[in-house]
Design a binder for this molecule. Sequence first.
Ligand code: FAD
Length: 474
Amino acid sequence: MDPLPADLPMVSLLPTALPQPMPAAASPEQLEQLTADLRAAGLMPLRSRGELDQLAADAFVYSPILQPLLQGLRAQVGVRGTSADEVMAVAAACARHGVNLTLRGAGTGNYGQAIPLSGGLVLELSGMNRLRQLDPSTGVFSAEAGILLADLEQQLQAQNRELRLVPSTVRSSSLAGYLAGGSSGIGSLRWGFLRDPGHLLGLEIVTLESSPRLLQLDAAKAQALNHAYGCNGIITSATMASAPAVAWQQLVLEAPSWEQALAAAQQLPATALLLNSLCALEGAVARLMPWPHGCPGARGDSHRLLLLAAPDALAPLEALLPRWGAQLIWQAPQGQSRGIPLRELCWNHTTLHARAQEPAFTYLQLLLPQPEGPALAALRQRWGHDLLWHLEAVRAQGQQRLACLPLVRWHSRERLEAVIEHACALGCLLFNPHAITVEDGGLGGVDAEQVAAKASYDPHGLLNPGKLRGWLER
Ligand SMILES: Cc1cc2nc3c(=O)[nH]c(=O)nc-3n(C[C@H](O)[C@H](O)[C@H](O)COP(=O)(O)OP(=O)(O)OC[C@H]3O[C@@H](n4cnc5c(N)ncnc54)[C@H](O)[C@@H]3O)c2cc1C
């Protein structure tokens, strides 16, 4: 493996400090007035260190860049809201006393999205958890912000519908948290990304003003709050499209070489087989995973593909496997296997399980150029087994592509930056998981509509301060 190259990048993509300028944390007087207002509205302010620590956890620890910046940051007061009226009471109190407000779903974000950078109040909405409406003729549904995706999924399935996209944290994360903090996941092979037009059809939101407004946004207006980390409005309910339910089958394939596994990952999404997700793990990653009961552990030099496929895809798939020298080694209907389901071995769960074995791993998120092989080979040649391959099939702007969430053995900031620079020079598109702001992470640049929405719905800049670079740089 090459030593660290001399031509290190000039512009750092990895933050060394919190974004600036940052509003001050609340003074004791502001906190006293705020908590008095909350109590008067029948809400219980959470003030103990234990409660506030619980409201300050997320998965930023996967990033050795974010960890030292975000560790220990917490709100000064927490509160749980169970209705739009309560959310309005909290928003009014924060606006009146000039206290920052950060929203929190289940706290499973990867980049500290729900971590308050400058104290203030954290509002948690797990009590807003109802499926309000499902139109049986279109499958369009409206559900409250804090509903757990798994609960929502169960209620949709009772009506033969399913969520188009879910994160691998589907069992623990909330609807609004996924919309505001997530981007893709299981289903992205068919349905692309959460920000693609057609998924989010409307939002009910509360503004952060001394007389808060409860607004109904149509699809076009709602888009500015999609993946905005709760910086520009408080989501109380979302209206979204769903898909007809399919009895997905979990399949584990084994291929004898990485080239054959990669060929299968490239070619399978281009067939007419109905697939909901395809994840490819090179052998060294597969050997770190806890496989479902009954699925043999990964051994030797073989590589694995994890598929969610429709029942009618099984026979034609088996007929295709010899093309790649691949074998079906395990199958079970989704929801009916024991142990870890395949949905919790892919996307960032791969990183989670690998870190449980080797905490020195961090990761990157790249959209690979096509064809993918040369870029992966060039990265392997330069960085050796400091990068291990984990691919996910996605549909990006209408095209089947492969995303790569490589496990990266952590050595230093400089080396991580050099890996990123090399990957970008090879044509990879980076969704930086070591960034604090919306723009420096997945979005890539300032979205004027997000900033305009913040000016309209959060004119004092109190919502999740520091996370929207376009607002800081106005
Ligand atoms: C192991 C692991 C696997 C993951 N897999 C995926 C994946 O496959 N795909 C993916 O996209 N992400 C993934 N993530 C990231 C994360 O789980 C998702 O983004 C998740 O859906 C966030 O939901 P949450 O309820 O935990 O939100 P939180 O983490 O609590 O919040 C996320 C953001 O949403 C904001 N927010 C929360 N509620 C509201 C509201 N009511 N109004 C406005 N803003 C709000 C918060 O302020 C924060 O900025 C993964 C994370 C981990 C740790």
